[in-house]
Design a protein around this ligand. Structure first.
Ligand code: KIV
Ligand code: ZN
Length: 386
């Protein structure tokens, strides 16, 4: 199989921004949109224009500012939503309306209080209406993860006939297992008439910590767009983290899945979004967490000092982190201490290093981490230079 391009659809500014406390103003959204464009995403979902005048303005401003990539606005399968999204996208060079409706039994019975037939009708009407304004219409089958595959295929086929260009298969509640989600995408790819004319898209939530695995399973089984957010921000446990899916595809070339993302900008983009959304990144977060490239136990430090690849599968520079770090704690060994001492100018012979190590352990047992300034004090107090 030849290398397949996977489109990265970033929804940090829409699904990501739905998180309480993460709201962004128009200026902040514009700055993040610019950064996402630099990063190389293919589609920016800029907001949900009907939801508030501020969001309408943000989508409008991003649409006017963005030239090369697709700008998308969300709408429910509701006439006024679609008209408002179309208006917000008027000045976009590449506009996309993202419209859809719940398709699972639970959404149809409890949320929409309607029938499968009516859902089909509304899906078709929504796509047709959006199509009057833009060529590029993405249809989402909300809660597709818990939707029966036969009905899901029926809805997808109807949406394609109505003019949809992209079919989004959201695991809205983060319920699916990777095998199940991958099989769902494959089932649609194999059974929906007209599927070859459209792009299948994943949109996974992280309620069971499986959003990344599910998105990759989707791509392996035929999806050609992944919807995701920076740092995995999003409702509840969040969305698929952009940086994770991008690096998985990059680090596993045999998958033959490629994106346009400039991975060297991942770290700074993560920091920008975290700062503007006032949403800290957990230190052990894959790819962009503060500890993602730091080594603190003696065994690992010894290995990494001898050869980086013993404990690192990614070169930190590939994601914009200048270097890995050797953190000194009470679990560190002599190799790590010697390495850090050398970095600040002390080249000790074996017996001096032994003395330094004994003093170091005393300090390290009291402190959480031993910093360079502590090492200078330690060298002085233990008289290691005489
Ligand atoms: O999770 C979801 O189903 C969504 C849709 C609105 C696309 O965010
Ligand atoms: Zn979502």
């Amino acid at each position: 199989m030849s290398v397949q391009k996977i489109q990265i659809f970033d929804t940090t500014l829409r699904d990501g921004e739905q998180v309480p406390g993460c709201k962004l103003n128009v200026d902040e959204k514009l700055v993040i949109a610019r950064q996402l464009e630099l990063l190389g995403v293919d589609v920016i979902e800029a907001g949900f224009p009907i939801s508030s005048p501020g969001d309408f303005e943000a989508v409008k401003a991003i649409a006017a500012q963005t030239k090369e990539i697709t700008v998308c606005g969300l709408s429910r399968a509701v006439e006024q939503d679609i008209l408002t999204a179309a208006e917000a996208l008027t000045h976009a060079k590449r506009p996309r309306i993202h419209t859809g409706i719940g398709t699972s039994e639970s959404h149809i019975a409890f949320k929409l209080r309607t029938t499968q037939e009516k859902v089909l009708e509304r899906a078709v009407e929504a796509v047709k209406l959006a199509k009057r304004f833009v060529e590029d219409v993405e249809f989402y089958a909300e809660d597709a993860g818990r939707t029966n595959n036969t009905f899901l295929a029926q809805v997808c086929e109807a949406a394609i006939k109505a003019g949809a260009t992209v079919l989004n298969i959201p695991d809205t509640t983060g319920y699916c297992l990777p095998e199940e989600y991958g099989a769902k995408i494959k089932y649609l790819a194999d059974n929906v008439r007209g599927i070859e004319r459209v792009t299948l898209s994943t949109h996974c939530h992280n309620d069971l910590g499986l959003a990344t695995a599910n998105s990759i399973a989707g791509a392996i089984n035929g999806a050609r767009q992944i919807e995701c957010t920076i740092n995995g921000v999003g409702e509840r446990a969040g969305n698929t983290a952009l940086e994770e899916v991008v690096m998985i595809m990059r680090q596993h070339p045999y998958l033959k899945l490629q994106t346009n993302i400039n991975s060297k900008l991942l770290s700074e983009t993560s920091a920008m979004v975290s700062h503007m959304m006032r949403m800290p990144v957990q230190p052990n977060k894959a790819i962009v967490g503060a500890n993602a490239f730091s080594h603190s136990s003696g065994i690992h430090q010894d290995g990494v000092i001898k050869h980086r690849e013993t404990y690192e599968i990614i070169d930190p520079r590939d994601v914009g982190v200048p270097d890995s770090s050797i953190v000194l704690t009470a679990r560190s060994g002599r190799a790590a201490l010697a390495f850090r001492l050398q970095k600040i100018g002390y080249n000790f012979d074996k017996s001096t290093l032994d003395k330094a190590y004994a003093s170091f352990l005393e300090v390290a047992d009291r402190a959480k981490e031993v910093h360079d300034k502590d090492l200078h004090v330690l060298v002085e107090k233990a008289n290691l230079l005489v």
